[in-house]
Design a protein around this ligand. Structure first.
Ligand code: ADP
Ligand code: MG
Length: 465
């Protein structure tokens, strides 16, 4: 028994047995493991991200799997877990292609049922099939798929958070579409803004019936998807209405999914009772995609638009746009529009020419060093002059380093210019400070969230000013 095929069979059988032993949702979430190869001593198995790897160890799944293998073949073989971001899309809803090889019931169901009408509020192209999975989103994507398959059971509510253009709406609607096409559940999708507007309109209605119609619409949903709940900050009445809707749905095990541009703990002017409920289920964040994932996304979108985009152009765009997927997409749209117009494929020269303004534009043109200093100082109860001054007490040094780091991250100023603005410091001091913060981010997760929340405050501030 030395053939890789034999090992692959053992691996599949191991997973089958585990699947029959544990909760289905747990299995779908955590046993998304790819067999890469094996020898007499070791199975090499791919996991989609570092986070996943840590969870597999923390939850003792590794020992569990090794034990299963030993049970099956009578000897110990260890697992060698390697990280391999998956850039393949998740399998599409069963209505189109049945998920598992052996899901004959799903196949029959597909034959018996004609394809359902498109959902009224959901974009059909926001599905799992078009969602590229990379290390930035694999946990969120796996969880979303598990929830789509078993709504209302384990992860209720499900909260997806992260910055603009990172795929929150897409993933949320993919859950909705999956459930819509594979069941008779009533899926409701609404943005927090429309929910607010409908609520305000309802309270101005004269009849009780009209008021009740609004409440009932949401409280009778099987699946409720509310997008961008940060919009509800300061909207006390709407928050309260959502609180009651939440309780009704939660008590009857109806799945709710929310998206937000920040962790719920960072929402301001938000009702505490609602905050604790919205955050009580599974909270996952979406990060910006890395270079490989950006390439995979562009490739997929280019293929979908049936326009030939050469690899060097994909590489150029992926290297130059790292902010978010919406920006990537709009660069690609510029190129495909051009190619259609002139009826010629896009070359590297054309792409460079067409996108030069996009590439050149500063990431956050309206944010000045001064604003960053002001907001950071305020957060630490200091004055901007403290950050520019010479004092080296820890309570000043850390905020100063943070502010320098943020300047480098979100503005286009050079380290020399940043040093200048911080009391005429040398650019090497700026580089050292940034390095310090990077090290801290790597070892202490709270530093990363401090940075993210500061950046949000800075952006809010610069929008207002
Ligand atoms: P958000 O709601 O977080 O602002 P969206 O869901 O609207 O972001 O995503 C912005 C665009 O990027 C959408 O067109 C979406 O289809 C696309 N997109 C985001 N993430 C992915 C992904 N992982 N794979 C493919 N397309 C993506
Ligand atoms: Mg969105």
């Amino acid at each position: 028994m030395t053939e890789t095929d034999d090992f692959a069979i053992i691996w599949n059988e191991t997973l089958n047995q585990i699947r029959s032993e544990i909760d289905e949702q747990e299995f779908l979430t955590w046993f998304n493991l790819e067999f890469l190869g094996a020898d007499e001593k070791e199975f090499t198995i791919a996991v989609p991200s570092l986070f996943y790897l840590a969870q597999i160890k923390e939850r003792r799944y590794q020992a569990y799997i090794e034990g299963k293998i030993e049970e099956l073949i009578g000897k110990h073989i260890s697992l060698n877990l390697v990280i391999k971001p998956r850039t393949e899309p998740l399998s599409p809803p069963a209505a189109e292609t049945p998920a598992g090889e052996d899901s004959s019931t799903a196949k029959e169901a597909v034959k018996a049922k004609p394809k359902k009408e498109k959902h009224g509020q959901l974009r059909d192209d926001y599905n799992f099939d078009t969602y590229v999975v990379g290390e930035n989103n694999s946990f969120a994507a796996n969880a979303a798929q598990a929830i789509a398959r078993n709504p209302g059971i384990n992860y209720n509510p499900f909260l997806i958070y992260g910055g603009v253009g990172l795929g929150k709406t897409h993933l949320m609607q993919a859950i909705g579409n999956y459930i819509h096409y594979t069941s008779d559940s009533k899926v409701l999708y609404i943005t927090a803004e429309t929910f607010t507007n409908e609520f305000i309109a309802a309270i101005h209605e004269s009849t009780e019936r009209a008021k009740a119609a609004f409440k009932n619409k949401y409280r009778y949903a099987d699946i409720l998807l509310i997008d961008d709940i940060h919009f509800l900050q300061k909207k006390d009445g709407t928050q309260e209405e959502l609180f009651y809707t939440f309780n009704t749905l939660y008590d009857s095990n109806k799945q709710m999914v929310f998206t937000c541009d920040r962790p719920v703990s960072d929402l301001k002017d938000f009702n505490e009772r609602l905050r604790s409920r919205v955050g009580r289920g599974l909270n996952v964040d979406l990060q910006p995609p890395n270079y490989e994932t950006r390439c995979a996304i562009l490739r997929k979108k280019a293929d979908a638009s049936k326009i030939v985009i050469p690899d060097d152009v994909i590489d150029l765009v992926s290297k130059n746009i790292s902010t978010n997927i919406r920006d990537l997409e709009s660069a690609l749209n510029t190129l495909t529009a051009y190619a259609r117009l002139v009826g010629k494929p896009v070359t590297l020269e054309i792409a460079q020419q067409r996108l030069k303004d996009v590439f050149a534009s500063p990431r956050q043109s309206n944010i000045s060093i001064e604003i960053i200093q002001r907001v950071t100082a305020e957060k630490y109860h200091l004055s901007p002059n403290d950050l520019k001054g010479k004092k080296r007490t820890q309570s000043i040094v850390y905020p100063r380093q943070l502010a320098m780091y943020i300047c480098r991250e979100i503005t286009e100023y050079t380290t020399t210019e940043i040093g200048q603005a911080f009391g005429g410091r040398d650019h090497t001091t700026v580089m050292y400070s940034c390095q310090r913060i990077e090290d801290l981010i790597r070892t202490d997760p709270t530093v990363d969230s401090t940075v993210q929340s500061l950046i949000r405050d800075i952006k809010d501030y610069s929008v207002k000013s």
